[in-house]
Design a protein around this ligand. Structure first.
Ligand SMILES: Nc1ncnc2c1ncn2[C@@H]1O[C@H](COP(=O)(O)OP(=O)(O)OP(=O)(O)O)[C@@H](O)[C@H]1O
Ligand SMILES: [Mg+2]
Length: 355
């Protein structure tokens, strides 16, 4: 049993338009000192999965299991969840301004987080807040601790959020798009910071992103989500060099690349509505490799050839991508020389559609 183990998590929201099937049977786990990257397009269910495991999906129908340190979190009474949330499992959100109160000094907000969970004196909590700001690289932390959120830059606010997440020595930190609002340089600094802290503190880290490039340096394991499901899971190197699922290949092609002049190339087509999912494999309408059964039967995660633990929810043969093939496809696509013309697929020239 891992430190945090999510099994078959399913989350649906009843709405006036129908049932939103946001998360459909997702499983993942993470241990102390490990980094798990969860990647997928907007609406694939990443945030809902993360919020649900912290008991924050109000109004949702939830099933499955979330075991944390041997305790089942699904259905845990709110007071017990509150003791875990923020303290044992902390979350860093995409937009620091919506998580920081504009009218309170930053140090006070960090101190209150500490005092909400421990009986620490005001003075000690304030001192700890300044230490934490120093730890996340805020210059002159003793002075800055009494500044207001608007006195910090975007990157510094994100550092403050990380400081707040670390305030209670959590076992698990979930960072949901921690860098999307930041420019590339600051983004790299924040990722470096997360990596360094994770090494030093030995926390388990879950990074949620829509950009495979963000986790290329840091994830031990990568999970790709599409339409509420995990469609591929692999160790990092396997995910980048031996990806199997056509959607993962599409995400790889959309990573800004030096070869392609740094231009982002999104996966062609639109993500499906979570209320009216396509029949069969939900990716089939956008897939360059679709075969007859793809529109009929939704594939489960199956073992594929990339190595231990490499699984893909795709009907293509398990050994369809040979060593180095993904990297080659990615480079070609990034350079704009692929067979993706027509905007209905990508890399269709590489012969996998015949499989
Ligand atoms: N409270 C809610 N009620 C109804 N539908 C919801 C609710 N919260 C989320 N959804 C829907 O669930 C789906 C998954 O949303 P989620 O926020 O998890 O996506 P995401 O993968 O985090 O996307 P992004 O990259 O844009 O953050 C979306 O279609 C969203 O509209
Ligand atoms: Mg999200």
């Amino acid at each position: 049993m891992r430190l945090l183990e999510v099994s078959d998590l399913t989350v649906s929201f009843p709405t006036a338009d129908g049932v939103v099937r946001a998360v459909r049977g997702v499983s993942f786990g993470v241990d102390q000192g490990e980094t798990l990257g969860i990647v997928g397009e907007s609406g694939s269910g990443k945030s809902v999965a993360a919020m649900t495991l912290l008991g924050l999906s109000r109004g949702a129908a939830v099933s499955g299991s979330v075991m944390f340190e041997g305790t089942e979190l699904i259905g845990l009474p709110e007071p017990r969840l509150r003791a875990i949330r923020g303290a044992r499992i902390a979350m860093v959100f995409q937009d620091p301004l919506s998580s920081l109160h504009p009218l309170y000094r930053v140090g006070w907000q960090i101190a209150e987080t500490i005092r909400a969970h421990t009986d620490t004196s005001r003075r000690a909590a304030h001192a700890r807040a300044a230490d934490l700001l120093g730890m996340v690289g805020i210059p002159q932390p003793r002075r800055r601790v009494d500044d207001y959120p608007h006195e910090f830059s975007g990157g510094m606010r994100q550092r403050v959020m990380i400081a707040m997440a670390l305030a209670l020595d959590p076992k698990v930190v979930i960072a949901d798009e921690p860098t999307t609002a930041l420019d590339a340089t600051v983004q790299a600094q924040i990722l470096d910071l997360l990596m360094r802290l994770q090494r030093e503190l030995g926390t388990a880290l879950v990074i949620i992103t829509h950009d495979l490039g963000v986790i290329a340096q840091m994830a031990d394991e990568v999970q790709v989500m599409y339409a509420g499901r995990v469609v591929e899971t692999a160790a990092r190197r396997t995910a980048y060099y031996h990806a199997h699922h056509p959607y993962t290949l599409g995400l790889l092609a959309s990573v800004p690349s030096t070869v392609g002049g740094g231009r982002l190339r999104p996966v062609p087509g639109q993500p499906p509505s979570p209320i009216r999912l396509p029949s069969g494999c939900p990716f089939h309408p956008r897939c360059a490799y679709q075969m007859g059964r793809c529109a009929v039967e939704e594939p489960e995660l199956m073992s594929v050839a990339g190595g231990a633990g490499h699984r893909s929810a795709c009907w293509l043969p398990p050994d369809v991508v040979g060593p180095g093939e993904t990297a080659r496809i990615t480079r070609l696509l990034a350079a704009g020389r692929s067979g993706a013309a027509g905007g209905t697929g990508f890399g269709g020239r590489h012969g996998r559609s015949a499989a």
